[in-house]
Design a protein around this ligand. Structure first.
Ligand code: MD3
Ligand code: FE
Length: 200
């Protein structure tokens, strides 16, 4: 595969060493104790393959009522704060003074994937989205701002950090598959992806 050349897409390959990855997993375990992973359903009633939760002032959810950010977990409790280790990564890779409002946590078990989509539920697309990959490797697909635009794929591995800003911010993207069991970071396998977003 040729190297990805999409304006505004930056990959920091191997940004986090193993100790930093393990510390993030512990921090996410803490988030999941306060705000357990749930099984999201699309507005059309289709169950998603990933499990989700969030940290921050708001969290992203989807159910029969639609895609949106909410100040509480589906159980009604507020989301826990974004762990400081996670905010430190944002500060290191996103030059913006403004910190993210939401850290969406996606868990991919064996066979999980995420279809091609745009992230458009935020109020200001001038801020980047930052993604942190932990655990099993994933085949990531990214195209242009139109669904029919050609796409390219690349492997996201544990410890990689991606910044999507500028024109890449509204690019279609998705996860085709994960290589279940390719990493030993999570004892039971699977992949965690964190996305940091300024919501409004
Ligand atoms: C490109 N997550 O949560 S992260 C999502 O690996 C999402 O869980 C995937 O797509 C995952 O919405 C991909 C990389 C990513 C995140 C946001 C983007 C790529 C992006 C926003 C715009 C363009
Ligand atoms: Fe997305």
């Amino acid at each position: 595969l040729p190297p990805l050349n999409i304006a505004g897409f930056e990959i920091h390959k191997g940004f986090l060493d193993r100790a930093a990855q393990a510390a993030l997993v512990e921090a996410i375990r803490g988030v999941a104790r306060a705000a357990p992973f749930f099984a999201p359903v699309t507005p059309w009633g289709k169950p998603m393959r990933v499990r989700m939760t969030s940290a921050g002032r708001v969290g992203w959810i989807t159910d029969r009522r639609g895609y949106r950010y909410e100040p509480t977990h589906p159980s009604g409790t507020p989301w826990p704060p974004i762990p400081q280790e996670v905010l430190a990564i944002w500060d290191a890779v996103a030059e913006d003074a403004r910190q993210p409002d939401c850290c969406l946590v996606n868990f991919y078990g064996e066979g999980a994937k995420m279809g091609l989509h745009q992230d458009k539920d935020e109020g200001d697309f001038s801020y980047p989205v930052v993604s942190i990959s932990l655990g099993d490797s994933a085949t990531f697909r990214i195209g242009g701002t139109e669904r029919a635009d050609p796409t390219q794929s690349l492997l996201l591995e544990s410890g990689d950090v991606v910044v999507m800003g500028g024109p890449a911010r509204l690019a279609y993207h998705g996860i085709d598959r994960i290589r279940f069991g390719s990493s030993t970071l999570l004892p039971d396998g699977g992949r965690i992806n964190l996305t940091l977003r300024v919501v409004a």
